[in-house]
Design a protein around this ligand. Structure first.
Ligand SMILES: [Zn+2]
Length: 303
């Protein structure tokens, strides 16, 4: 958990971190309080607190309706925190908060139609269309990671479906591609160690160095990533798609391979119009977006 004191320009003034090991709501609430106390400056009054949390959250009530990561159902986190911290607390989905942060203060600033995709353990996302952060009727819009791109021959997703974008094109997806191809490269040293030590970064580096196994995994990965991105383009035709998360640190090595593939899978929407870039705020996007939500009194892209 990252706690950050964020000023009006979106800059982080103080930061503190807490490890969440126990998922009991009261224990987590206590940890959040501790993290907030850590960054609370002696000289600055905190006006409000914004919290980005995984799962389905009702931003109007601050109730975490469902969080598979924490195994929570209907936890009134906003109310609990308000009682303990004494200032208004707003809660939103972490990926939507990151989208708001990147749109307002990061690479999305100045655009009107913007999509953030965070390629980490899973794929988090969010959509801004016509200057509006799209939440949907029950704050569930933007779950881009769970649209299926390989419904018959894909990997099993954490959500239970087969071939979700997240299962194929997250950092975990890259590892799965490498493991799935291992039998074709018996002399490869990429997975010769313990499989749990295999990381997305080592596969990408192997691909960059021209290792055949790494390159084969990377090629499949880019293909799946491009399919999902082309779908996003077909859904919302954005001006810009920003890629964040660990895998996106590959930068131009990724973007150069991705562009032509995205064009190939973009059929009805005019090709080459959507800028695909790497996100600039990194892991801070969520905290900056959550603070922006708190200052605005809601999860909204309107200043
Ligand atoms: Zn899924």
């Amino acid at each position: 958990m990252l706690a950050a004191l964020v000023d009006e320009s979106g800059a982080i003034r103080e930061r503190g971190e807490q490890d969440i090991v126990d998922h009991d709501p009261d224990v987590v609430t206590g940890l959040i309080e501790k993290a907030v106390d850590e960054v609370r400056s002696k000289h600055v009054e905190i006006a409000s607190i914004g919290l980005g949390s995984p799962g389905n959250i009702d931003p109007a009530t601050g109730v975490v309706e469902y969080s598979p990561n924490f195994n929570w159902r209907n936890v009134p986190l906003g109310q609990k925190l308000h009682e303990r911290l004494g200032v208004p607390v707003l809660i939103g989905n972490d990926a939507r908060c990151a989208t708001l942060g990147e749109y307002t203060f990061g690479t999305g600033a100045g655009t009107q139609d913007f999509v953030l995709l965070t390629l980490g353990t899973g794929i988090g996302g969010g959509i801004v269309a016509g200057g509006t952060l799209i939440l949907g009727q029950s704050a569930g819009a933007g779950e881009i990671g769970h649209h299926q791109i390989r419904a018959t021959d894909g990997f099993i997703c954490g959500c239970g479906k087969t071939g979700c974008f997240e299962a194929q094109a997250s950092g975990t997806g890259l590892i799965r591609h490498a493991l799935a191809l291992a039998h074709s490269f018996p002399r490869s040293t990429l997975v010769s160690g313990k499989p749990e030590k295999l990381g997305s970064k080592s596969i990408r580096r192997a691909a960059e160095a021209g290792d055949p196994h790494g390159l084969a995994a990377w090629t499949r990965y880019i293909d799946d990533l491009a399919r999902g991105i082309a779908n996003v383009i077909a859904f919302v035709n954005p001006q810009m798609i920003a890629l964040g998360g660990g895998v996106a640190s590959a930068g131009t090595f990724m973007l150069d391979a991705l562009g032509p593939k995205v064009d190939e899978y973009t059929t009805m929407v005019p090709r080459g119009k959507t800028k695909i870039v790497t996100a600039t705020l990194g892991n801070d996007a969520g905290a900056i977006g959550a603070a922006t939500m708190a200052r605005r009194g809601g999860l909204t892209a309107k200043a």
